[in-house]
Design a protein around this ligand. Sequence first.
Ligand code: IVH
Length: 669
Amino acid sequence: MNNEYPIEKQIEDLRQQIRHHDYQYYCLDNPEISDFEYDKLFKQLQKLEEENPLFITQDSPTQRVSGSVVSSTFKQVKHNTPMLSLDNSYSMEDVLAWNERIKKFVDNNETIEFIVEPKIDGLSASLTYINNSFVSGATRGDGNYGEDITENLKTIKNIPLKLLYDRQLVLCEIRGEVYINKKDFQQLNENLVDLEQPKFANPRNAAAGSLRQKNPQITAQRKLSFLVHSFGQISGQEINKHSDFFDFCSKIGFPIQKDIKVCKNIKEVINFLKYLQENRDNLPYEIDGAVVKVNSYKLQKIIGYTNKSPKWAVAYKFPARQATTKLLSIELQVGRTGVITPKATLAPVSLSGVTISNATLHNFDEIERLNVNIGDDVVIERAGEVIPKIIKVATKNSNGYFLPPLHCPSCNSKIFKEEDDVYYNCVNPSCPAQFRRKLIHFVSRDAMNIDGSGEAVVDQLLKLNKLHTFADIYKLTFDDVMLLELFKEKKANNLIQAITESKKQPLNKLIFALGIRHIGEKSAQILADKFSNIDNFILATKEDLLSVNEIGPVLVQSILDFFANKETLNMIEELKNSGVNTVEPQKNTSFLPLANKTFVLTGELSTLTRKDAQNLILSLGGKATSSVSKKTDYVVVGENPGSKYDKAVSLGITILTEEEFKKLVNKQL
Ligand code: IVH
């Protein structure tokens, strides 16, 4: 490069070249140069920026993965324009009925032009550009408030960090779907299996899980992509039709879908919907339907909105994919709490490009309802999930239905079933199959989080007779771990290190890890907050436990049963002796704006789910309780409030409408 050329200009020149090649490669799938040449340009830019750090800008292609911004939570952000959802329809008749409804908005002989797009099964995101540079991005959240995921979005290669546009747009909010290609989804799941981490059930969960990573470096390793479908505000650019919007997006560097069609009338719409339904498997990404929109923005405005969705658009959801195959056998699996679940093994059959050989049957009531038995030809269905379910018998080749077992397939002890329950249980506390599942749960990410352990490691340790209680995990030595298949020094050291690290987990994780029946992550957190250490928890009486908000009698009984076992208490003593933390760190919330303020929610809120409202209160240091008393500071009243409202009035407590509540919370954010 010419050295006379000012450095700043050289840098900008390289950036422009790289942005152009990124667009060709990631958006158009049409690279103009080899990877080698591209890498050369990129390295040149990196070198110049390293030598001249003052010239580094946030929209430089080198800034996709920031250093190590690992946030513990995502900041809440308010969308300038709400991100609405779509009304669903499930048949062509529904689509025709929608057409009839909107026809009323045009003169008799005027035709409506439509645009039809595949409905991508991913996660909505809004991207904000100021003066053509990407400055922030958020999830949809509840439509009004989303989560700030800017750093994670920056790692998605086909999202431009700077618009390829010669005019400057002061504000440009582009909305679209973040998703993962089917091929990359399969690869990701294979990698997770290698790492002994849980697989994602479907591409949508994989995209959501990857995008909402607290560490953007992990998001960067996942092959996420983005496709535009709508916008919030674009200032200084006149656009009259949605098809023009897509052309505009293409021009300024955004990826848009290939299979979009402008339709002159509803007949063309129906034909194109049928075409997409038949060809959905040929698309590289998962779609769960198609979206029909009125093309003209003027007409969209006339037709208008409900408070949740536009009336000018409708989502046509495809029926679930089905196939017929033979039921070869029914395997009985014993869960960690002893529940026995039937799992079907099928003659392999191809369904939407994936070979299916297993299906869930849920429980034995379901088997009876389906009147299904080994040897029958069955219809299976995949509705978003990777694991399909049996929905009916196609041809009955057997007699009656598969009967529930009388004995546990693992330990042979007698099976037990509550009269009005659907589940069959093995109640033997020393059942090996239950213990295996309990161990897998104990070491899992959301429990004690022992990295590098998992089903395969647990199975081998059981085989080597090294594990008889949870506490034995903390007695494992380097030599024990070296006995495991494919474990060399480094991997063994890592596992020992992970076991040591896991001792620091807070009490709520330990309570969850213990696998007490009915205690999920949320109740474990409530109990840990309430009792602060394991001894208080073990010693809690029935009354103590019943007095804890949100802990009902079923959970209480299950906790009492769990600690009534002497062996359990010994095991917990051993955990303590090995140095496992049994205390919940106290959270200092006194500095938060709603500290010491108690809220009660009543009635239906229209723009927030109850859980979101509760989380908002909690995140600002307040408490959300379920009953009104003199100690209550605010009662938030939605539609059809119950008696809590009357009580609040009689006690003279401050009443907030949903709007007032949002204003109060917003002021604090
Ligand atoms: S239009 C006001 N177009 O579906 C509506 N949405 O069920 C703006 N989606 O939240 C969205 N593909 O995440 C639109 N071609 C498409 C879409 C699409 C997927 C998602 C989007 C939206 C959800 C509504």
